[in-house]
Design a protein around this ligand. Structure first.
Ligand code: TRP
Length: 361
């Protein structure tokens, strides 16, 4: 069986380092591993509109931001199809058919949707489109016969929902759809990178994000004001690692080579942590190290972005070409789905003959 990747992001803002360690970095590795037959990376503008119906301009502006972020981290249009969800109308057709296989109470139990409803204060006024987006996400994944979906942990319930739809569809209509596997980051810090203020989630409204497109100076300022251990007041005080954002970021970003390059007194992160816990190591020194580590990772991303920013029409062209390829793949699956559901009337000669016979005397 072919190995196929499908994944994507909602274009509601620029992508940040949480997206990077949670999924983007992995996608680039997978892309370059050569292990996959096809890779589809989707800008989920239609999904973004399910809770931004009154603000299409925001989505429109952020499509290009996300595309630039994708290209800047090293997603390569020669290897990965970058496309825009709304341009593939086949996806909405699939969604309409899958809706018959899912109950309202099942959607109500989806923990991610539940949390999002609370966060947006939707309560009694949940848009139907938003409520059903897990079904549309199942269409995104199955349309491309994806076997592997590299995403953050918050997407687990969507993958569960997708698998259920696949099983239900195949059992009712015959083996047609492919069951996908989620691919999560393997390191705890990457699974849930906190905001710079130590809050559980990075979010634009909290102003606690480090964006991939931030300038060198922005990154430095954000790192130097990061949340650490509030009880670590004097340098000689012992410091705590739990909930210490700077160390969580080091868990997510630092490599042994960084010590040789920026902090020769320590051989590795364990030694640095040990000294911090013992006391005698100040926050500023650790923050300066983290800043070096982050700049090292982000500088090539920033430089690549600057190159792509010089030719925006070409970026749209990449998305258009990717969308054409994606449309073809989705159309193939949709045809198979319609065949399985026996709603392929005009290509079904047996049906026409059967009906003719019925009416011939
Ligand atoms: N829900 C994802 C997000 O919040 C975006 C998305 C839409 C997606 N469809 C998908 C991710 C299919 C993976 C697979 O960013």
């Amino acid at each position: 069986m072919s190995k196929i990747i499908l994944t994507g992001d909602r274009p509601t803002g620029r992508l940040h380092v949480g997206h990077y360690v949670g999924s983007l970095r992995r996608r680039v590795e997978l892309q370059n591993s050569g292990e996959f037959d096809k890779i589809f990376i989707m800008i989920a503008d239609a999904q973004a509109l399910t809770d931004n119906a009154d603000n299409p301009e925001k989505i429109r502006q952020n499509v290009i931001e996300v595309a630039l972020d994708y290209l800047s981290v090293g997603l390569d249009p020669a290897k990965s199809n970058l496309f825009i969800q709304s341009q593939i109308s086949e996806l909405t057709e699939l969604t309409f058919f899958y809706m018959n296989l899912v109950t309202v109470s099942r959607l109500q139990r989806n923990p991610t949707v539940k949390a999002e409803i609370q966060m947006r204060n939707f309560e009694a006024s949940i848009p139907v489109g938003f409520f059903t987006y897990p079904i549309s996400q199942a269409s995104d994944i199955t349309a491309f016969k994806a076997t592997t979906v590299p995403v953050g942990e918050d997407q687990l319930p969507m993958l569960e929902q997708t698998k259920e739809i696949v099983r239900k569809f195949n059992s009712v209509y015959g083996e047609t759809l492919v069951e996908p596997e989620i691919l999560l980051p393997d390191n705890e810090a990457c699974l849930r990178l906190p905001g710079t203020d130590g809050k559980a989630k990075m979010s634009k409204s909290l102003g606690n994000c480090i964006y991939l497109s931030d300038t060198e100076e922005d990154v430095r300022a954000k790192v130097m004001s990061m949340y650490t251990d509030p009880d670590h007041i004097k340098i000689t005080d012992p410091g705590k690692l739990e909930g210490n954002t700077v160390f969580t970021y080091l868990d997510a970003f630092s490599k042994p080579e960084h010590f040789a390059e920026f902090l020769l007194e320590y051989n590795n992160l364990d030694e640095l942590k040990e000294h911090y816990q013992r006391g005698g190591l100040g926050d500023v020194k650790v923050k300066k190290f983290l800043n070096n580590v982050l700049q090292d990772e982000l500088a090539p991303i920033r430089a690549r972005r600057a190159e792509f920013e010089k030719d925006i029409p070409e970026v749209y062209n990449i998305l258009k070409k990717g969308s054409d390829v994606a449309r073809e793949a989705a159309a193939e699956t949709l045809a198979e789905v319609k065949r399985a559901m026996k709603i392929n009337y005009f290509e079904d000669r047996a049906l026409i003959e059967e009906q003719s016979k019925k009416y011939s005397r």
